[in-house]
Design a protein around this ligand. Structure first.
Ligand SMILES: NC(=O)c1ccc[n+]([C@@H]2O[C@H](COP(=O)([O-])OP(=O)(O)OC[C@H]3O[C@@H](n4cnc5c(N)ncnc54)[C@H](O)[C@@H]3O)[C@@H](O)[C@H]2O)c1
Length: 328
């Protein structure tokens, strides 16, 4: 099979590229390398340096099919930055995705898998765990932009028959267990790589925002899903969207607190993590855990790397072996 991966040089996209190659498929990457890394693309994989904001350039690549499916990971994805610059986020994520989706409908693509987000569930009445039926109430322009794209995909199916899987991820984490890829966001905002860098002495003491939440130890609880499990779900879901589109929540289903992440990094590294308490951040919910029952039942997917220590260990090994991340 032959797949086009938009955003394949980024964290999640590069792991899906590896999973597709491991399964014997041919992959072509489209990326503008704004947050992704050329070195994240495995040798021999064709890549196109294209910005999705350019419809003609995007359509030219999509026209080089046939594709058995398209994966769409490309986005601006910092919640805080989207609060600072809402129109840029809304415009950029919406228009770039519209361009890719329109090009897919124009060039006979039958299936697309889209990276949506748990940030759709921003309201105060969030259930625990969060199923697909929970109220959509994005807490940021970033979350809103992803919902807008889900709606574009709805109409692309209704009018053009483009089948889609919108996968609403929770916190992607970990690294390729074979050490071929890892997490290198710049700036890094995710707790696990930040904690690892703190224990490796590559950054000052970690700030832990809020220790007075109504949780087991007072710190926030999040659902960390190993990026290899995430990649597996993407490939499985393709086989289930021949004749209908789907929207699934995609997480590990287990909540780990911030303090548990610190303890895990201490177990894996054998060292104390330097950290200090800080006040709560505005808008941080106490608990965010996915109910992925529907995805599990429909596709047979289940996480193989669900234990926190396994997630942390793969991330730790990658960051230890790649002190500067991917080459600049
Ligand atoms: N990482 C997470 O925990 C998480 C959680 C929920 C949702 N998501 C979503 O999953 C997707 C992947 O996340 P990630 O962590 O791998 O992000 P990332 O920033 O590492 O990867 C995004 C990739 O898309 C490329 N890109 C961005 N804008 C582009 C454009 N206009 N044209 C072409 N390429 C472009 C970047 O260069 C990068 O390679 C994103 O859409 C994100 O919103 C991620």
């Amino acid at each position: 099979m032959r797949y086009l991966v938009a955003g394949g040089a980024g964290f999640v996209g590069s792991h899906v590229v590896l999973a597709l190659l491991d399964a014997g498929h041919t992959v072509v990457v489209l990326d503008n390398f704004s947050t992704g890394h050329r070195d994240a693309i495995p040798a021999g994989v064709q890549s196109h340096d294209v910005d999705l904001i350019d419809y003609e350039a995007t359509a030219q690549i999509v026209a080089q099919g046939p594709w058995d499916g398209v994966f769409h990971f490309a986005a601006l994805s910092l919640v805080g930055a989207s609060m600072q610059d809402p129109f840029h986020y809304l415009r950029q994520n919406y228009l770039t995705s519209m361009n890719l989706i329109q090009a897919c409908t124009a060039h006979g693509v039958k299936k697309i898998v889209f990276s949506s987000t748990a940030a759709l569930f921003g309201g105060p009445e969030r259930p625990d765990p969060i199923a697909e039926t929970a109220l959509i109430q994005p807490g940021s322009p970033y979350g809103e932009s992803k919902f807008m794209i889900e709606r574009v995909l709805h109409w692309a199916d209704q009018i053009y028959g483009l089948k889609s899987a919108c996968l609403r991820y929770f916190n992607a984490a970990g690294a390729d267990p074979k050490g071929r890829a890892g997490e290198d966001h710049r700036p890094e905002t995710h707790l696990i790589p930040l904690t690892i860098d703190a224990v490796l002495g590559r950054r000052p003491a970690l700030k832990l925002f809020g220790l007075d939440y109504p949780t087991k130890d007072g710190s926030c609880v999040r659902d960390y899903i190993h990026v290899t499990d995430l990649a597996d779900a993407h490939i499985r879901v393709l086989d289930h969207i021949h004749d209908h589109s789907v929207v699934y929540n995609l997480g590990n289903g287990r909540g780990y607190s911030n303090l548990e992440v610190i303890q895990s990094v201490e177990r894996v590294s054998g060292k104390k993590v330097p950290w200090e308490p800080a006040p709560r951040r505005l808008g941080d919910p106490a608990v965010l855990v996915a109910d992925s029952t529907t995805l599990r039942q429909k596709t047979g997917w289940s996480p193989c790397w669900g234990e926190l220590d396994k997630i942390v260990e793969t991330a730790f090994v990658w960051r230890q072996n790649n002190p500067g991340g991917y080459k600049a």
